[in-house]
Design a protein around this ligand. Structure first.
Ligand code: NAG
Ligand code: NAG
Ligand code: NAG
Length: 382
């Protein structure tokens, strides 16, 4: 039943949206172009070692996270972190098929102030850039990803543009000097090109990003969450008929701002967000809520959602309007992406002509279920 309606929807997607997008959609089918990325949270490395990663499902794995020193702005890898980096690379090098590896710098827990300081002057940018290249080469990574969450004003956005430009120049110089392929350079960014919801309007430096980054990882999730307990929400809605807080709007805003579609990679959440319903009989998306549901801060990994659903015999509902899934039992409500909504979103991303998708986070899947369906849904990909 679910498969049948999914296939129907995919047909609608490919044969109604794709022609409207013209030649770019056809170009999107080029097999070598696809990026199937996933962030690997290093703090789970004992329970989820890099050797357990199923590399046939991914093209790029991002080690999350590494942060520079807040006094020297260089990467001073501690004795406890060094083996994590070496083991990550050693384990993945033994894998077939191979994957590319990147160090992701920063992350949601890192706080934005350090990166604002680093980006603010040429001397701190240089310390940071040179050290990042050194650490990537030392451990054998293929690239670097900056996850500065988030630049807070127009000045910081301008500084970010300079940082990317000087970073790319340094990467090119290093590549020439050592006769090695240049390191990849990517960034995890807000779902939209500008912070149109914020009191302090600011927009990403698109021209610099186009010129200097290999691609962006657009964080197309956390549209709703613990900060608003008044109503349930599809936290990674592809469409939202009532607002611009949707992946469709965000991804198109990047394209409209001039970033080539081939530099846009869509984020997919391998986790759900939960609420406590006000009235168990009113349980749709946007239903009144009175608090958070199960999970720490109202968050459950996809694997935990599956356990919750099974244990509670929860009702699971696919919502075609938002392209999301939710489940509920009693007053507990979970909004997430399952195999159907994920595969549908992957089809929509491909129809938009995007480069690929990535997951936050790799270890939250259940038996590679979502990663497998996403990989299959990207037609003619790896
Ligand atoms: C730098 O980091 C250390 C350890 O994480 C912290 O204790 C300190 O307050 C930070 N200093 C600044 C200036 O942010
Ligand atoms: C969405 O954004 C567009 C401009 O990009 C604006 O015209 C429209 O009013 C916005 N819609 C909502 C519901 O905010
Ligand atoms: C699970 O819920 C369905 C209805 O949603 C019901 O038909 C079924 O009997 C329930 N199973 C168990 C084991 O409670």
């Amino acid at each position: 039943m679910a498969n049948f309606s999914f296939l129907n929807l995919l047909f609608v997607v490919l044969f109604s949206i794709a022609p409207a997008e013209g030649a770019v959609a056809a170009a999107a089918l080029a097999p070598e172009a696809a990026i199937k990325g996933a962030y690997y949270p290093s703090w789970f490395s004992s329970g989820f070692p890099p050797s357990s990663i199923e590399t046939s499902l991914f093209t790029h794995i991002l080690y999350a996270f590494l942060s520079p020193s807040n006094t020297t702005y260089k990467f001073e890898v501690s004795d406890s972190t060094a083996p994590l980096l070496s083991n990550f690379i050693a384990a993945l090098r033994q894998k077939s098929p191979p994957v590319k590896t990147l160090i992701s710098i920063g992350g949601g827990g890192a706080g934005p102030a350090l990166y604002a300081t680093i980006a603010s002057s040429a001397s701190t940018r240089k310390l940071f850039i040179d050290s990042s290249i050194e650490v990537a080469r030392k451990y054998g990574f293929d690239g670097l990803d900056l996850d500065w969450e988030m630049p807070e004003n127009p000045k910081q956005m301008a500084d970010l543009g300079l940082l990317f430009q000087e970073w790319r120049n340094a990467i090119t110089r290093e590549s020439k000097a050592t006769a090695r392929p240049p390191l990849l350079l990517t960034a995890a960014v807000y779902f939209a090109v500008d912070f149109f919801l914020s009191g302090t309007y600011r927009k990403y430096p698109v021209a610099s990003m186009n010129q200097n980054l290999d691609w962006i990882n657009a964080m197309c999730y956390d549209y709703h969450g613990s900060w608003d307990t008044s109503a349930t929400g599809a936290h990674a809605a592809f469409f939202d008929p009532n607002s611009n807080i949707s992946s469709s709007y965000g991804l198109r805003s990047w394209i409209q701002a001039g970033l080539p579609r081939k530099k846009v990679v869509m984020g997919l959440p391998l986790y759900g967000r939960t609420w406590e319903l006000k009235d168990p009989s009113v349980h749709g998306i946007g239903a009144p809520a009175v608090g958070l549901g199960p999970g720490k801060d109202g968050v459950l990994t996809y694997s935990q959602v599956e356990t919750f659903n099974k244990k509670n015999n929860a009702t699971v509902q696919y919502d075609a309007t938002t392209v999301s899934t939710y489940s509920f039992k009693g007053t507990s409500w979970v909004g997430y992406d399952d195999v159907v909504s994920t595969a549908t979103k992957v089809g929509l991303a491909q129809a938009l002509g995007l480069r690929g998708y990535f997951f936050w986070a790799l270890s939250y899947d259940k038996d590679w279920r979502i990663s497998t369906q996403a990989s299959r849904a990207w037609i003619y990909g790896k």
